[in-house]
Ligand binder design. Sequence first.
Ligand SMILES: NC(=O)c1ccc[n+]([C@@H]2O[C@H](COP(=O)([O-])OP(=O)(O)OC[C@H]3O[C@@H](n4cnc5c(N)ncnc54)[C@H](O)[C@@H]3O)[C@@H](O)[C@H]2O)c1
Length: 341
Amino acid sequence: MKLLVTGGAGFIASNYIRYALSSHPDYQVINLDKLTYAGNLENLKDIESSDRYTFIKGDICDGKLLEGIEFDAVLNFAAESHVDRSILDARPFLQTNIFGTYNLLEAALQRKCTFLQVSTDEVYGSVEKDFFNEISPLQPNSPYAASKASSDLLVRSYIETHNLKAMITRCSNNYGPYQFPEKLIPLVILNAINKKPIPVYGDGMNVRDWIYVIDHCKAIDAVLHKGTPGEVYNIGARNEKPNIDIIKLIINKTAEILNLDNVGLMDLITFVDDRKGHDRRYAIDPAKIERQLDWTPETNFEEGISRTIKWYISNEQWWQRILSGNYMQYYNEQYGERLKN
Ligand SMILES: NC(=O)c1ccc[n+]([C@@H]2O[C@H](COP(=O)([O-])OP(=O)(O)OC[C@H]3O[C@@H](n4cnc5c(N)ncnc54)[C@H](O)[C@@H]3O)[C@@H](O)[C@H]2O)c1
């Protein structure tokens, strides 16, 4: 089996590639990644010399390039993935997330192979009570979520029109090793380690459902091997938490691990102007994948958070290289003024 994994130098797909190579000793993995600011080949240092792994630097929007790649199944992780950046400039989101997905669908159709679209719970929008299931309406609120919902609908159209063997997964918020520092959990960990102000949007009461990245990878693998073509699967860990609770937990755990004073670290919490159109609560019901594919998350949240904090503490070189690059320009644009107010 030859898997084409797109966006393999990013957070979730690099974890997936490592998982797939170790759990399927007879599989080959081709990683197609454009290496945007979020792509980092250091995420795959430990497996780059495997003879079952190939890296191709390229854009999923490049149809000609895709023609020359042989594969049996494609897992489409490649995306512009950060909501805040989609508020600043939506264009790359539409280009990669919609047009790139269209190109991959065409490539999969020509080869009559399996297509797995890695999507997000954000396509359902915000909900006050209750939980979204797979037939809930799509009501995306950010340009990022709208671009993902658009690509999901394109995938649906290829299933209905061309009988493509495609499946869609919609997962809740991930955390774990190799996550780019712009996302909430690594941002809080790094600012706590570096004793920098920790910006918290609005009142900090926005709720997300958190899952450890390896549990997400295992769910994707279950869908690839046991999922029914044409189906959508929600993936979540039934682990809803307001942002402010996560931030306090990370501070307490970081203080414990580094033997620091947690009161001093708590003082770093700084409430800042809210994100535009900030969704209040995401909540999905993962009962379908649990029941039909016998998948359940294995990592308890506190354990997963401790493991993640320890990973960032032991991999300082990895994040120092990011913090010393262009990332800080984005960080200052995003939080500079907000932190002054
Ligand atoms: N992070 C989450 O919490 C979460 C939750 C649910 C779903 N998802 C979805 O999972 C996928 C991966 O998310 P992530 O957080 O790992 O993202 P990420 O931003 O860490 O990685 C994205 C990767 O895609 C690559 N890429 C971007 N544009 C490309 C293009 N045109 N061609 C080829 N490669 C390109 C980047 O270089 C990068 O390596 C995304 O599709 C995202 O929507 C993420």
